[in-house]
Design a protein around this ligand. Structure first.
Ligand SMILES: NC(=O)c1ccc[n+]([C@@H]2O[C@H](COP(=O)([O-])OP(=O)(O)OC[C@H]3O[C@@H](n4cnc5c(N)ncnc54)[C@H](O)[C@@H]3O)[C@@H](O)[C@H]2O)c1
Length: 262
């Protein structure tokens, strides 16, 4: 299936993890890609992978997207290479996860910068072009810990709560212009980082300050008894990015194995 052929997609924070999985899925659906990350090292190799997977063209752009000029530079690179953007996936983020009172001013700022400012600046950069063409898909990657609370997540949840809240107002404001705004809100996802914590070596668990093995956390806290696969998040993003999802707007979509239900 190549449900996104002819479309141009931008995925932020896509050098690794969930962002990379999303970019790969959109490439397999036939979209042309721009991948961007503050860590640009792996982007040229990723672009080759994306083109091999089905993207007609893929470009990489290294930038700190938590800064207005970083997002503006990404827009410029996308317009130069692709002429427009139809799909923006605001995936850049990641938590500085620690008990609230152990945060410093710097780690709190980093948490808001990575998750909320990247989303705000990229949306402001790419939205005007979508409005001009009366077509767009904006998909933010939020987090289900906003609903479940979860130990050591208060600072992160404050940032992701903003990422969630942004789409309701934007959908209200711009739905009549053919642009949709949605959040995919994963619970725990089996990323490379979580995979590294899955070791049975007690030293590894100690290194990550985990008193319970992640496998047991999944069994105890997630009704499906497993973490979500990155490809499962990417598949949902591909649906929200498609023409079929035109009426789905302003929603928070949990992907969590029934860990939290509305
Ligand atoms: N891993 C999980 O279980 C999980 C659960 C819920 C939500 N999420 C969210 O999913 C997204 C991807 O998570 P992941 O686990 O793959 O994280 P990750 O840390 O592996 O990847 C995040 C990427 O974003 C990039 N990034 C961070 N700040 C940036 C900035 N200022 N400018 C540009 N790029 C920046 C990083 O360099 C990194 O490559 C994040 O938004 C995360 O908060 C993850």
């Amino acid at each position: 299936m190549a449900g996104l052929s002819g479309k141009i997609a931008v995925v932020t924070g896509s050098a690794r993890g969930i962002g990379k999985a999303i970019a790969m899925r959109l490439a397999r659906e036939g979209a042309a890609l721009a991948v961007s990350d503050v860590n640009g090292e792996g982007l040229p190799a990723l672009c080759a992978e994306l083109e091999a997977a089905g993207a007609p063209k893929a470009i990489g752009h290294a930038a700190d997207l938590s800064r207005e000029e970083g997002a503006a530079g990404l827009l410029e690179a996308v317009l130069a290479a692709h002429g427009r953007c139809d799909i923006l996936v605001n995936n850049a983020g990641g938590g500085v996860i620690r008990p609230f009172l152990e945060h410093t001013a710097e780690t709190l700022r980093q948490t808001i910068d990575r998750n909320l400012w990247t989303t705000l600046w990229c949306t402001r950069a790419f939205l005007p072009g979508m409005l001009e063409r009366s077509y767009g898909r904006v998909i933010n990657v939020g987090a289900d810990s906003v609903h479940t609370g979860t130990y050591s997540h208060a600072g992160y949840n404050a940032a992701k709560g903003g990422v969630h809240a942004l789409v309701t107002g934007l959908a209200f404001e711009f739905a009549r212009h053919g642009v949709t705004f949605n959040v995919v809100s994963p619970g725990g996802v089996l990323t490379e980082d979580l995979q590294a914590m899955m070791s049975d070596d007690p030293e590894v668990l100690a290194k990550y300050r985990m008193s319970v093995h992640p496998r047991d956390v999944a069994k105890r806290e997630i009704p499906s008894q497993r973490f979500t696969e990155m490809g499962e998040v990417a598949a949902y993003v591909a649906f929200l990015a498609s023409d079929d999802a035109a009426a789905v707007n302003g929603q928070i979509h949990s992907i969590n194995g029934a860990q939290w239900m509305m």
